[in-house]
Design a protein around this ligand. Structure first.
Ligand code: SAM
Length: 280
């Protein structure tokens, strides 16, 4: 472990205690203080690993006040670790103001990699993972939800939302309304726990499955939506392809596609692409 006093950002398991890394245990044992979102909640995990480090509460309501006090601990040479109730601190959890304050005060912030529900769920979803947008929790009120989803409707990236069980049906209903009944989605529930479930299908299908089965309305949930997919180019009718074929027998493909496009009122690139596919 680094010798200089630093703030360590330490992810903790999202349901399965065995997902605690050995480095996380080492850091939590060695720091002088652990800032916990909820000291009682984290107490169970810490005592499971025999960690007896002093704890202090750092949550949404006291984070700004606590940040200065934590900087003072660092100034006096004491390292501090930040943990949240589960997963990676700062990801829909407290910590942003603390990290900013600590960095602004010139102290080191050292992150540990570890569990995060969004990334864990995405990795097994079967949805594109090359580009994604983590959107946290959807607004609780319907209008806010619909407005937010409508603003994301044409985003080509996979969209990731956190959701609570008592709002899941409302949120899926809003997804159907705003993104469309046909949007492919995956709902990951209780990831890393006994009742881990992945439901996938169109938004309408998943809403029907969740509405029909109350068990699907329990536990912790990540919803992932396929990004907006551009509709395929307009279907090109056979008559336009016949024209293209005829012209391509006499002219270079580019010219043939341009003329056929003009005659039939389609994009020349679309006809050129078809020409290539047909080997004209
Ligand atoms: N910081 C955490 C992380 O890194 O994932 C997220 C904290 S946020 C307050 C809690 C939300 O994360 C839950 O409401 C749920 O949407 C999601 N979540 C946490 N654990 C989960 C799990 N085991 N399975 C599915 N979703 C989970």
């Amino acid at each position: 472990m680094d010798q200089a006093a630093a703030l360590y950002i330490v992810p903790t398991p999202i349901g399965n205690f065995a997902d605690m890394s050995s480095r996380a245990i080492e850091v939590l044992n060695q720091v002088s203080l652990i800032a916990c979102e909820d000291t009682r909640h984290s107490g169970r995990l810490l005592s499971h690993y025999g960690i007896e480090t002093r704890k202090t509460a750092l949550h949404d309501h006291n984070e700004r006040d606590r940040a200065q006090w934590i900087v003072e601990q660092l100034q006096s040479g004491q390292s501090v670790a930040l943990i949240s109730d589960a997963g990676t601190p700062l990801i829909s959890d407290p910590g942003y103001h603390l990290v900013k304050h600590v960095r602004d005060a010139g102290h080191k912030v050292i992150p540990l990699p570890g569990p995060c529900a969004a990334i864990t769920a995405l990795s097994a979803s079967g949805l594109p993972s090359d580009r994604f947008s983590f959107e946290g929790f959807l607004p609780a009120k319907e209008k806010g939800r619909i407005d937010k989803l409508t603003a994301l409707k044409e985003d080509p990236r996979t969209l990731i939302f956190y959701e609570s069980p008592h709002r899941i049906v409302h949120s899926l209903t809003s997804i159907v309304a705003a993104l469309g009944a046909d949007r492919q989605i995956v709902m990951a529930r209780e990831v890393t726990k006994t009742f881990e479930t992945f439901l996938s299908g169109t938004a309408e299908d998943v809403l029907a499955m969740v509405t029909a089965d109350e068990n699907q309305q329990k536990g912790e949930i990540v919803i992932m939506c396929h990004g907006f997919a551009q509709a395929d180019d307009e279907a090109i009718p056979k008559v336009a392809i016949d024209t293209l074929t005829l012209l391509a027998g006499e002219l270079p493909l580019k010219k043939a596609a341009a003329i056929a496009a003009q005659i039939h009122g389609f994009k020349k690139n679309a006809l050129y692409k078809i020409g290539l596919e047909l080997g004209l």
